[in-house]
Each structure stands twice: as C-alpha cells, then as structure tokens.
Design a binder for this molecule. Structure first.
Ligand code: ASP
Length: 338
C-alpha cells in the first residue's frame, strides 16, 4: 500500500501571486499543483486541503493554530504524514505551537514554504515541497515530530528560527543539529530524532494570549518595563536578556520583576543570543533574578518560549506552580539536556 500524505495549505509566499499593484497576495491551492507538475510522479498518494482563510503568516493567531490542529487530529488515522504549507514569517512560531499541542505524536508534521512564490521561475518552493513530502511519506524512517523543512535541511520545529528575509536558506536551528539533510539522498540523523512514543496521542488547543515579550536594551526605562509588567491581566512575560541570561542589577528593575512575580505573573529568562543558553547565577547579573523566582529558559528559542508559555497557561489555567515547573523542563525536545 502506498503511503498517504495530506498537504494543508495555510498561505504564505509559496502560493502568492502579484495583484494589480504589484503586492503579493495569497491565492487558492489548486494552482500549487499546476506549479509543481513533478508531483504527478510521486510514489505516494497526496491529498490536499486548505484553511478557510488563506493568510500571509503575519496574520497568524492561536485560532489558526487550532484550525490546523483540528484538521490533523481529524485526519490523523487517514494519513501517514502531514505537510503544512505556511508563510515563513511566523513558521517557527506555528511549528513550536503545534509541537506543544500534539503530545505523543507518532507521525511527521512537516512545515515548509518558500522565499519566492511558486509562480516565479526561480522559486525555491518546488524543492521544498517535494522534499517535505518525501520526508512526510517516508516508510523507512518515520519522524514523530513537528519539523520545518527548508533549503535542504530538516529542523526540529521548536528549535527553529527565521534568520533571513532574503536568502533561500531562511531558517536555522542554532542549539540543536538538523534532523536530516537533503542532497542526492535524504540522510536522516536517526540518533537526533525523538523516540517513537507508546502512549496515545493527546491534542490540546487552548492558548492563553495574556503574555508579553520584553526585550532589554541598554537605556531601557523604568516606565517601559512597568508599562509591560502592569499590563492588565498579564499572566506571563518572556524577558529577552543579554548573553547567558544577564540583566540590569539596578534595584528598580529587580523590584519591578519581583512585584510582578508576587502578583502571580510568570517571568521567563531567554537570551537575546541566537546560540547558547541562559545560565542563571553564572554572573552576578543574573543572581537576583534567580533569587526572586524568574524561570530559566535555558537554550530555548524565543518563538518556542512564548508559544510554550501560552500553551501551558492554556492547558493548566489554575496551576501556575505546574506551569512554572514545566517551563523549566523540556516537554517536546525544545530544551537541551533537561
Ligand atoms: N509574508 C510571508 C508570510 O509569512 C512571507 C513568506 O511566506 O515567506 O506569509
């Protein structure tokens, strides 16, 4: 029996055409098959569907994440793998969110897109779609993970970051190696892939969006910090700190964080550096944050940190202590060595 893959089209550059003003606008799925005639020669079955609204991924929201998850959950037993066509701008957020939503995943969910629309001669989209489909349909190596395939590399989704608005190799995974590399053959690095789970799939689709990201910079004022921390109903904040998790040691800053934590707001420390990890207490400049109960994000990406926080707050709305504990742990391979 041939393996079967479902393509879920959500929008993004890959399926866009120019409107009369020259701006790129999303268009309908059937044109994608016209643009990749090679799909006729695949040795697996492909079916496709699309979200009700086709979007530029800068319009992505947790409601769309739930829509994508609904389709996959409904069709889970009918396909061997799933390919999600998605805009590159927020692909790393969606891949992270889906990874948290699907616990005990036993089938690949591969997100891909392109920097140039399929309608253009030099589009990178054809290669990306064909490789993503090959990986999602592979009988020999089944990857039970949410991944991003882009420009010859398969990355763990919740480790990925968009790094270029220009180059075809638009994604990187700085703190975890790629899971596979496409050359003449697709080489899978089996030892890096998450083990096949034995427990049944569980899908959770609630996200709590009462969160914020606060990026530090030299000269940041008390007013800016307080305006974020005093946001009405705020439940959690990811602070983007310097280096190995360092931040100002001035009393007004630590007191502001301490006050937020006392009010039940979760504060998570994630580094602005693309590679490497938060190491609380390595420098005196992070000791106070550790003392007052700031959560270490270790080597998590910002995209995974904010989606994980929204996911855990949505999944455990009345248990901040549990959310705090899970934020420190790796729940889907998003943090190294935890
Ligand atoms: N703005 C587009 C999007 O994210 C960019 C892309 O697809 O590459 O939907």
């Amino acid at each position: 029996m041939l393996n079967k893959v479902l393509i879920i089209y959500t929008g993004g550059t890959i399926g866009m055409v120019q409107d009369e003003n020259g701006s790129l606008q999303p268009f309908a799925m059937d044109r994608i098959f016209d643009a990749v005639p090679q799909l006729k020669y695949c040795t697996y079955d492909i079916e496709s569907c699309q979200l009700q609204d086709i979007i530029d991924s800068s319009n992505m929201t947790p409601t769309f994440w739930a829509d994508i998850a609904d389709i996959i959950e409904k069709e889970y037993n009918n396909y061997d793998g799933f390919v999600v066509l998605h805009g590159t701008d927020t692909m790393a957020y969606t891949a992270s969110a889906l990874s948290f939503m699907f616990k005990n995943l036993t089938k690949p969910i591969v997100l891909t897109g392109s920097q140039l629309p399929l309608s253009m001669l030099r589009s990178d989209g054809r290669e990306n779609i064909i490789c993503a489909l090959e990986i999602a349909s592979c009988k020999e190596v089944c990857i039970p993970e949410v991944c991003i395939f882009f420009e010859n590399h398969l990355y763990r989704g919740n480790r990925s970051t968009k790094v270029s608005a220009e180059n075809f190799d638009a994604f990187e995974s700085y703190n975890y190696p790629s899971l596979a590399k496409a050359g003449i053959e697709i080489i899978y690095k089996k030892h890096l892939i998450l083990p096949m789970p034995t427990n049944p799939l569980r899908v959770r689709k609630q996200f709590d969006t009462r969160v914020a990201v606060l990026k530090l910079f030299p000269g940041i004022t008390r007013e800016v910090v307080l305006s974020v921390l005093n946001t009405p109903n705020l439940q959690g904040v990811v602070i983007e700190t310097y280096g190995s998790g360092n931040a100002p040691t001035e009393a007004w800053f630590i007191d502001a964080l301490d006050d937020a934590i006392q009010r039940g707001i979760l504060v998570m420390n994630v580094t602005q550096c693309k590679a490497g990890s938060v190491k609380m207490r390595q420098y005196a400049a992070s000791c106070d944050m550790d003392r007052i109960g700031v959560v270490s994000g270790h080597d998590i990406t910002m995209e995974a940190a904010i989606t994980k926080m929204m996911y855990l707050l949505g999944a455990y709305p009345n248990d901040k202590a549990h959310v705090h504990q899970r934020l420190e742990e790796s729940i889907r391979g998003e943090i190294s060595g935890r």
